[in-house]
Design a binder for this molecule. Structure first.
Ligand code: SF4
Ligand code: SF4
Length: 422
């Protein structure tokens, strides 16, 4: 009989579901499509059929299991606390083990994204063709109709002229001239490195002005979110090993990307294949902090430490909770605390601020129509606040919010929380 190693690892989570259907109310995919297979319960049922040997994974099942944002709304609202995210990732991993990766993903994950230098070269090459895309308002471009795979008419951010890694030193000493109060590693993340370098520059400037030494290891690699959440655990483990090696002997490891911080913390949850790896991932996770968590909980900065940038004075802001911050890491209060302490900025809470924006990494590439429908609800929440700016702390959410704000012809600007600070 065929070995179901990856599925066996998550069998206990699949058994947690008591089929109550409560998740129907919370699942953004089910709320749009109203089909049982879109639901956590449906995906879990199909996986159990395979576990019991009553069914093989089919192409159709692959599509059903793939149609999940991994937003964890079902998990946190489940009365049985069934960890369906683990089941979905386990099922994807089993499919990759059985059938391998499709050609495009194999090339993207193993030849491009897992090799930071090659990734940078491909992005640089792509940037040379940006002029082909019609320019929109501000720093965004429209994908023309012929690139339907990435979403017809989608607004995409422009690629940075100079990547972050080419703008920063490896060791950034405190600007105060004193001995550093701690040494932290900065994990850039691909989107910040290639698209939003200003966020990384702001993080380094902000922390070095407050007596922290910031180390930016050049050998750091992609966090692996898109890769291991797609079931490519082998490449995920390789990236984890690269990052653990790159970030040695530091007090903390920070990122300004909610997806990166949760992915790095969760190597211990999704990736271990043996005890040694489990131990290494557990140790690594202890040092990971999202930047909002770090400044509030570790540095214990208060309202007097945060100053609003002049251009935002008199504006009204609202906060969007990235799934990977609010549900994966329970980071909800820290960013609100920072925003509320910025004098001159009015803060308004958005209805359903923690609802997924519909991005879900590669989900939005394969299911862009669904992404747009889910994002429409987020746009309704934003409109209800009357805010001028939407603030968040995940470049992935920023890309999707910018697209949907532009598509809905709304006036709001989308910013990373660090961009608001002087
Ligand atoms: S995943 Fe949770 S909420 Fe959904 S049917 Fe199963 S037990 Fe009920
Ligand atoms: S993780 Fe999100 S999209 Fe996936 S089944 Fe749960 S609620 Fe639905």
């Amino acid at each position: 009989m065929r070995e179901l190693k990856e599925l066996k690892k998550v069998e206990k989570f699949a058994d947690q579901c008591m089929k109550c259907g409560f998740c129907a109310y919370f699942c953004p995919v089910y709320q749009e499509e109203h089909v049982e297979t879109g639901l956590a319960r449906g995906k879990n049922y199909l996986t159990k059929l395979v576990l019991r040997g009553e069914q093989e994974f089919t192409k159709e099942m692959g599509e059903i299991i793939g149609k999940c944002l991994l937003c964890k709304r079902c998990v946190v609202n489940c009365p049985a606390k069934a960890q369906i995210d683990r089941v979905v990732v386990g099922a994807r991993a089993q499919m990759v083990k059985d059938k391998g990766l499709p050609f495009i993903k194999n090339f993207a994950f193993r030849k491009v994204m897992s090799n930071r230098k090659a990734f940078g070269r491909y992005v640089k090459l792509a940037s040379k063709f940006q002029w082909l895309f019609p320019k929109g308002e501000g720093n965004i471009r429209h994908l023309p109709d012929f690139m339907k795979a990435l979403g017809q008419g989608r607004h995409i951010p422009a690629i940075a002229k100079v990547f972050l890694r080419d703008q920063v030193k490896e060791v950034n000493k405190p600007q105060t001239g004193e001995q550093p109060k701690m040494r932290v590693g900065y994990f850039m993340g691909c989107a910040t490195d290639f698209i939003y370098p200003e966020i990384g520059l702001k993080l380094i400037d902000f922390l070095t002005k407050r007596g922290v030494e910031v180390v930016v290891p050049k050998e750091q690699n992609c966090c692996g979110a898109a890769i291991y959440f797609s079931g490519d655990m082998e490449t995920g483990r390789m990236l984890a090993a690269d990052n653990i090696k790159a970030f040695k002997d530091l007090d903390y490891i920070l990122t300004a990307c909610g997806t990166c911080s949760s992915t790095l913390k969760d190597y211990k949850v999704y990736l271990p294949d043996n005890e040694e790896q489990q131990k290494a991932y557990d140790e690594f996770a202890k040092k990971i902090k999202d930047v909002t968590e770090f400044v509030v909980d570790v540095l214990k900065l208060g309202p007097e430490d945060f100053k609003l940038k002049k251009e935002f004075e008199g504006k009204t802001a609202t906060w969007h909770d990235p799934c990977h911050l609010v549900r994966y890491q329970n980071i909800k209060e820290q960013p609100r605390q920072i925003l509320k302490s910025l004098k001159g900025l009015k803060y308004v809470e958005m209805p359903n601020a923690d609802m997924c924006c519909g991005m879900g990494g590669s989900f939005s590439v394969y299911h862009y129509d669904l992404t747009k429908k889910i994002a429409d609800k987020k746009m309704d929440g934003i409109k209800a606040t009357g805010a001028d700016i939407v603030v968040t702390a995940c470049p992935g959410c920023m890309i999707n919010l910018i697209d949907n704000v532009a598509r809905s012809k709304m006036p709001q600007r989308v910013h990373h929380i660090l961009e608001l600070m002087e």
